[in-house]
Design a protein around this ligand. Structure first.
Ligand SMILES: [Zn+2]
Length: 188
């Protein structure tokens, strides 16, 4: 790890000021096109409680740009592989959800996606994420050796199965966007 001079061990963690909290809330609210009250109102609280993607929303207060030309895939056919399965869905259901999500991206972008048993371009792995209050369901790395990481202990759902769970198809749709170099889509 490269030491960050702004986060040295000698620098004490400081509580944010009320103004910093308000500014952060306004940024959060405006990102989701909510009324920017700067206070934790009911819709803001509900949005904060949603399970979500761990990729950064912003970089130093600025929206994250799409991946640069240097970073994006130069090939148009990408391989993918499901590494393991979570507790709530069968392997067949996961593969089905993944095929459906990749097919959607083929329609939108022209990329071809092929399931592979070899070392793939994109891995989809369910990790045993320790319990945290961050409410993170998944994340994905940028193009080239992309890893989509999903919380193994989530109540993953696909189609009619577990209707109260989190939709694996929609989560994969979102995370594949990151793999293709896109920042978050805030509006689902
Ligand atoms: Zn995301």
């Amino acid at each position: 790890m490269i030491p960050d001079p702004n986060h040295s061990a000698t620098k004490q963690a400081q509580e944010p000021t009320p103004q910093q909290v308000k500014d952060a809330l306004v940024r959060f609210q405006s990102a989701f096109l909510y009324y920017s009250s700067g206070v934790v109102d009911v819709p803001t609280q509900a949005k904060m409680n949603e399970w979500r993607c761990a990729n950064n929303d912003m970089d130093k207060g600025q929206p994250i740009p799409p991946a640069s030309k240097k970073e994006i895939w130069t090939k148009k056919t990408l391989t993918w592989k499901i590494v393991n399965t979570p507790n709530t869905l069968s392997e067949a259901q996961i593969r089905s959800a993944a095929h459906e999500a990749f097919d959607q991206w083929t329609k939108a972008t022209g990329f071809q996606f092929i399931e592979s048993t070899q070392i793939p371009d994109i891995t989809i792995t369910f990790y045993d994420v320790p319990q945290s209050n961050l409410r993170i369901a998944g994340s994905a790395s940028k193009p080239h050796n992309s890893h989509i990481i999903l919380d193994k202990n989530q109540d993953w759902a696909y189609k009619s199965q577990a209707p109260m769970g989190i939709s694996l198809y929609h989560t994969l749709l979102h995370e594949i966007g990151h793999v293709l170099g896109l920042p978050h889509s805030f509006y689902r």
